[in-house]
Each structure stands twice: as C-alpha cells, then as structure tokens.
Write a new protein. Sequence first.
Length: 440
Amino acid sequence: MCSRLWERDGARRRGATAEAPSLREIGGGLTFGARVRGTVSMPKLASVASLSDDGALGELHLDALAVITDDLEVSDNTLTNLSLGALASVGGGITLTAQSLTSVDLGALQRVSGDIAVEIVLDLPALAMPALTAVGGDISINAARSLATLDLPSLEVVGGGFRVAELPMLSVMHASKLRTIGSDDVRGNMSVLATGLEQLELGSLAEITGAALIWSNRALRAVQLPALRIAPRISIQASPALEVVAVPVWASVGGLALSELPALRTLDAGSVVQLGSLTLGQLSLPDLSGLLALTSVTTLSVDRVDQLKDFRGLASIQRVSILRLSGNSALSSLDGLEAVSVISGHASISGNPVLVSVAGLRNVAAFGAGLEVAGNAVLPAIGLAGLTTITGDLTLTGNPALTSLSGLAALRSVTGALVVAGNDALPAIEIDALQRRLGK
C-alpha cells in the first residue's frame, strides 16, 4: 500500500514545505506526487517499503532513513538536493532520472540488491557512494553530462553489468576494490563508453563474466587492468589518445579487438595462450611482442596496423583457422609465423604495399578454405614451399611485381577455382605450368 505525505496523520504542509516530524516507519510505499512542492522534511523516518518522487520538490531530506525494502525511484525534474545520508540498504533497485539534481547524499549506502541506474541527470557534478560494497544487479551511469567524479571506493561486487556511458566530463572514477562484474547466472559486461577519463585503472578487478567494452573515450591514455584473469572478450575502440593497454594476467580463450587507436604503442597481454579471435585495426602498434605466449587463434585479422613490420612478436603461434592481413603499410614480411603448419579456414593477404615475402608461412601444408594473395605492390614471389593442398580457391591477382610461382612447387591440389590475373610481370609460362600441374 502506498502512503502519500499529505494524507497521513502528523503530516503538515507549511507554504512550500511539507513536514512529518514524528513519522518513524511506513510499512508500505511512500510516494511524493505533484501535490507536494518545495521542501520535504521527515527527520525521524527510518524505514519504508519503497520511495518514489515524481512530483515537484526542490529538496528532499530524509536524514534518518536507513532501510528501503524495495525500490527507490526519483524522477522529479525540479528536485535539486536528494539527502539520504543514513540510507544503508535498498532491497530493490535505485533509479535516479531527476534532471535538475545537483547534490546527492548516499554516504552510508552499503548494499543494493537490484540495479543502480543514474540517467539523464544533467547538472550533477559528482556522485559518491563511499560505503557501497555490493550491488546485486547492474550499475548504469549514463548521459549525466556534468558528472566529473564517480567515487565507489568500497565497491567489490557487481552482480550484473557495470556501465558508464556518455559522460563527457567524467575525469575521475574510483573503484579500486572492485573484484567481480557479473555472476555465474549473469553475463555482466563492463562498458566504458564516451567518457572523459584519461586513465582507466581497476587494480583489483579479476573477473568479468561478459565482455569488456571500452569505446570512444577520446581523452583516454591508459587502460590498466593488472588483476584481470577472466573476461570472455575485450574490445577497445575509437580512443585516439590511448597509448597503453595492460592486461598482463588475462588468460581468456575468447576475443581481443583493438581498433581505431592511432596512438597505441604498448600492449601487454603476455599470459594469453589461446584466443577465439584477434582483431587489430587502424593502430600504430610497432610489434606484437605483448602477445608472445599466444599459441592458437581461430581468426587472426590485422588491418591497417601502420608500423607493424612482421609477426615476430607472435613467434609462439602454431594454429590459425582464418587469416586476414590487409592494408598494413609497413608490413614487409610474415616472419614469426613459421610454427604455423595448417590454416584450416580461409587466408587473405591483400593490399600490403611493401610486403616482399610471405615465406613466414612456408611451413603451412594446407589451407582449408582457400587462399587469396592480391594487391601487394612489390611482392616478387609466393614463397610457400611446404604447401601441398588448398581446399577451395587459389586467387593470385593484382600483384604487379610478381615474377615467379616457383614457391608453389609442392602444390598438388586445388579443389576450387584457380584465378591468376593482373600480375603484370608474371610470365605466362609460369601460369601455364601451374595450371598443368593442377589440372586446371
């Protein structure tokens, strides 16, 4: 049952002020609607089932309120000051969408069983929950355009996802004790999207049951997750100032995607042995030595990594299913891939303008879904001495410096089409000999 302040015994209104000086407990819910305006003061109220303000208050002071057994919802767009300094526990969730809030006091809050959502609170400069240790559901801080500081120094566990997004002024986020995001039953993502952070450092974070999504943080210079061991996927994108990504003990078998990070110079993922996908795009990373322990990857995609010269940083890699190498302006060789013996899917090597050798793949005996070598301006030869079988098509096109196919001397079977065209320097006799050998 929901109680309204103006209907209860002992409650009184004085001009723009509503008071209930003796009220200590409400067994049901308490709602402030449009009929209550100005300032509300209930100095002795300690417990209520739920609290909702969708009215026209200026300030809400419930300084003794310690327990809300269900939800706290504040959507009052005239409210500027929310004072709940004694509130220790919320049995449901917290939703704050009051656009005019400039001050929120949740200094004693320790536990929230449901979600915390703070959205479209336009003028709030800081949000602090210094005693909060656990949230059973999601934390979502979104579209708070003035928020500069988010202080969660005691937070250890988030049972759902953790999302901070569209916070252009956010420059400080404290969550140094946060250990876990998500649970056995919930795949909780960590999403840091379009903030003003320069450093993202979560020194205790060990497990994310969903993905780590760090996108469009234009001032971000470093991502430091030194304790992170478990996260199925890490994706960091569109952060032009980012120089360092450090996940030194991460041991995922999922995916790593780094793209649109033109300032990235340092990658430390030295404990990763196996990945489902490794996607690198539009980076200036000079080498891949930060992945030196990697032995197996399902999909390896490297696109426009402009300072990468070779793959010596991946010298431990043995198994690749799908290979895509394109538009890498400094890539001159595939050295470092010598331990790879089979590529079970498709391989594409295209548009690498200074590539002079593919012999780093000389120990590959078979491609399981075709091979394409195209548009590599100075590549003189296809040095795949160990290659015997291609299941699928073999496509060699638009390599103007290609003069010889002798590097394919061991090739005996191509189950699909053979396409050799647009290689201006390649003698026809070389093409004819390959066609005869393959019965094409």
